[in-house]
Ligand binder design. Structure first.
Ligand code: HEM
Ligand code: HEM
Length: 281
């Protein structure tokens, strides 16, 4: 990738205020909530490590289950997804804990608390669930009032037309610099829209559907999601999708300039590179 210098390049123009205080604050509160909700959620899952469609939860026809059982090779971990069985010994079903074999769906290092304790896991989960809901409301109200969603997350028609070029650039790990780096690229915009307006609302709504107090007040939630067990299945699948998003998100933060990205999400200021440089590759 070559770069072409321009005649004017004042140092002050290198820096661009990319993220507003509310985006930064709610983003980091969300990082804490998401991590603790995932870990306490996996503790809750471990108490009954099978998911179903509909209303009933017997171990007969799970859509997904993680179990340990005895075989001629000893204790093995087995994960079954839609009747397809996978040997997941060492990670799911059976893992090692302090040098000992432990029979539990998710291993101790990904759950809160690390030992099996459903009641404590639920307390953590519900506390951070309400914090996440409050945080999401602040982000939503501010995002609408400041036109952040329409201005920064919604791609323009011209940006959508360039989606193929953007995918190729991403695969080649080419990231914009200069003025082009002031905006999220179209792949970021579409992904953030999916996360903010589809995945998080689904997490919150299915979580509320599983809460007896809420769904006795709003029974329509159970109809909407086709029963409590289906809501639980969707809650788990969306949690898994969000975890994949976070892994890709972190890889992109790393490869597209880790310090610059982190500084911008902490202080707001992003270094555009030499403003006189324009990518010509
Ligand atoms: C991104 C945020 C969240 C993640 C990653 C997450 C993850 C999980 C996971 C993995 C489970 C275990 C599934 C199961 O076995 O039942 C769970 C259960 C649950 N979650 Fe969440 N959750 C999140 C947000 C929420 C929110 C916002 C609420 C409520 C408003 C909520 C309410 C619940 C309830 C009620 C349960 C079942 C608890 C029980 O059966 O005792 N979750 N969550
Ligand atoms: C330690 C973990 C994380 C780091 C270091 C991180 C870093 C960042 C950075 C640097 C940006 C700005 C991207 C840019 O300017 O191009 C960003 C935006 C964003 N991140 Fe994260 N992130 C983390 C975790 C998460 C998690 C857990 C979620 C949600 C599950 C999330 C959701 C988002 C969203 C939705 C945006 C766009 C926000 C907006 O402009 O409204 N991030 N993140």
């Amino acid at each position: 990738m070559a770069a072409v210098p321009s005649p004017v390049s004042p140092v002050a123009e290198h820096r661009y205020h990319r993220h507003a205080g509310v985006v930064r604050g709610t983003h980091w509160i969300n990082v804490v909530c998401f991590t603790l909700l995932l870990m306490s959620g996996l503790q809750i899952f471990n108490a009954h490590p099978a998911l179903y469609v509909g209303e009933r939860s017997d171990f007969d026809h799970p859509a997904l289950s993680i179990q340990a059982h005895l075989s001629e090779n000893g204790v093995v971990g087995e994960t079954v997804i839609l009747r397809h069985s996978f040997d997941t010994t060492g990670v799911l079903g059976v893992s090692s804990e302090n040098g000992q074999v432990s029979r539990r769906a998710f291993p101790s290092w990904v759950t809160i608390p690390s030992y099996l304790d459903l009641a404590t896991g639920r307390r953590w989960h519900f506390f951070f669930a309400w914090l996440l809901v409050l945080n999401a409301l602040v982000y939503l109200v501010w995002g609408i009032a400041s036109r952040h969603f329409g201005r920064d997350l919604l791609p323009s028609r011209a940006e959508l037309c360039h989606i193929r070029r953007e995918i190729v650039a991403h695969l080649r790990l080419h990231f914009p610099r200069g003025a082009a780096a002031k905006r999220y690229n179209v792949l970021q915009q579409l992904t953030y829209l999916l996360v903010v307006f589809v995945l998080f609302p689904l997490m919150i709504l299915t979580g509320l559907t599983m809460s007896p107090g809420i769904d006795s007040a709003v029974p329509q939630l159970l109809t909407l999601f086709g029963g409590r067990q289906t809501a639980r299945l969707i809650h788990f699948v969306v949690a898994t999708s969000l975890s994949f998003f976070v892994i890709v998100h972190l890889v992109m933060v790393l490869v597209s300039g880790v310090w610059n990205n982190l500084r911008s999400m902490v202080t707001g200021w992003y270094d555009l590179g030499n403003p006189g440089m324009t990518d010509v590759a």
